[in-house]
Design a protein around this ligand. Structure first.
Ligand SMILES: Nc1ncnc2c1ncn2[C@@H]1O[C@H](COP(=O)(O)OP(=O)(O)O)[C@@H](O)[C@H]1O
Ligand SMILES: O=C(OP(=O)(O)O)[C@H](O)COP(=O)(O)O
Length: 403
């Protein structure tokens, strides 16, 4: 490994700033955490720091989203999982947070507030620019060592990810190390054909990955489902109906249609889309061809499309999947997601990423059938395109600078 790791680092008695990714599906009405996979995956790293003063830092969601919230519930969930007290403080780097860190004893765990409450953390910037942020300058004075365990956020050039490792000695946590080692092994040449299945809502990330894996020959074909498919439909000149159009507008993805057109122009024969979709009509699920979508929300791929899509998936040697095929939270629109995941689980090599996707897999009880279920969605698929992720690059630079 080109970076230092927690495994090889002495932390006894030190103050450690631990960046995790506890960003999880949450019920916005009750603030209840619906899936704690990321907590379970990070727990060994927190336990490995039981002789240190462990200051935990994470984000939850993004500004503007319904599940962008405070972290009391996250601290309580971590406390339950590690069986030790976790103190939550509603501050990131102000006087309260700094005072609380100063009072810590070895073995204590303190969780700071949602780091994306600091506007700076929501900016994309270089490591050098991040060094100048208030966030990085202050956090770096609060601890001796920075441990980045947030593999799920490793693809973001945000201050805590790319700035902190340049401001202080940084190492990769146990989960970060495990994800990198496993994904490197899994993708050192998976059996062909290789199929990428891109769904969910993060259209910008998914289109970047589609362009990358199609142009580089990493994928033989890309199946688009979920909101990603809606953008491809629009790129083909298909009307997706006012509600789905509004959703794209709200998410800021209308400008992605041009990118989708470009992908279709270059690699159209290797991009596979559902030919029918499911729409919500009152309390029921209706089916329609993509050429006749009414002004009702498109929430899943159509039942008659599932067979052709799963046939292609079953013929694949390697399947890389990120993001659900529909609004699986509503059982009426979960069929596409469930059937596509079931087909993907049968591939010789199957790598899946994404918090929501992993949660569905666990609820279906098929998690053992996949080669690897990553805690990262975007991070996992970007890693598999061969890119050096910003977090990994920053950890490498920290090793050169501090260790
Ligand atoms: N057609 C659709 N319209 C609206 N939302 C969708 C659609 N398809 C999937 N979704 C939503 O995508 C969300 C998950 O997307 P994302 O965060 O990208 O996945 P992951 O966490 O697995 O990476 C789910 O909440 C699901 O309801
Ligand atoms: O959940 C995450 O990404 P993912 O949905 O791609 O797995 C990470 O916490 C990154 O969050 P972001 O995509 O809001 O930067």
């Amino acid at each position: 490994m080109k970076f230092a790791t927690l495994t090889e680092t002495e932390t006894a008695g030190k103050t450690v700033l631990l960046r995790v990714d506890f960003n999880s599906p949450i019920d916005p009405a009750s603030n209840i955490i619906l899936d704690d996979k990321r907590f379970r995956e990070h727990a060994p790293t927190v336990q490995a720091l039981s002789d240190a003063k462990c200051v935990v830092l994470t984000h939850q969601s993004r500004p503007g989203k319904k599940d962008f919230t405070t972290l009391e519930a996250h601290a309580a969930r971590l406390e339950r999982l590690i069986g030790r007290p976790v103190t939550y403080i509603d501050d990131i780097f102000g006087r309260c947070a700094r005072g609380a860190v100063e009072e810590m004893e070895p073995g204590d765990v303190l969780m700071l507030e949602n780091v994306r409450f600091s506007a700076e953390e929501n900016l994309k910037m270089s490591g050098e620019d991040a060094l100048g942020t208030h966030l990085v300058r202050n956090l770096a004075t609060m601890a001796d060592i920075y441990v980045n365990d947030a593999f799920g956020t490793a693809h973001r050039s945000q201050p805590t990810i790319v700035g902190l490792p340049r401001a202080m000695p940084a190492v990769a946590g146990l989960l970060m190390e495990k994800e990198i080692a496993t994904l490197s092994r899994v993708f050192s040449g998976g059996p062909r054909p290789v199929t990428f299945i891109l769904g969910g809502t993060k259209v910008d990330d998914s289109l970047d990955v589609a362009a990358n894996v199609l142009s580089g020959g990493i994928a033989d074909r890309v199946i688009a489902v979920g909101v990603v498919a809606n953008v491809f439909f629009k790129a083909q000149g298909i009307r997706i109906g006012a509600p789905s159009e509004d959703l794209l507008s709200t998410l800021g993805y209308l400008s992605e249609v041009e990118k989708a057109k470009d992908i279709l122009a270059k690699y159209g024969d290797r991009v596979i889309l559902p030919e029918t979709v499911a729409i919500r009509n009152g309390d029921s699920r209706d089916e329609c061809p993509v050429t006749a979508i009414p002004d009702l929300p498109v929430l899943d791929c159509g039942l008659s499309s599932i067979g052709p899509l799963t046939d292609i998936i079953r013929e694949s040697g390697t399947v890389v999947l990120n993001g659900p095929a529909g609004v699986f939270e509503d059982p009426l629109f979960a069929t596409g997601t469930n059937e596509i995941l079931r087909a993907a689980s049968a591939a010789e090599f199957s790598v899946v990423g994404g918090g929501h996707t992993a949660a569905v897999i666990e609820s279906m009880g098929i998690d053992q059938k996949f080669s690897h279920i990553s805690t990262g969605g975007g991070a996992c698929i970007e890693f598999l395109t061969g890119k050096t992720l910003p977090a990994i690059e920053a950890l490498g630079e920290s090793k050169a600078r501090f260790w």
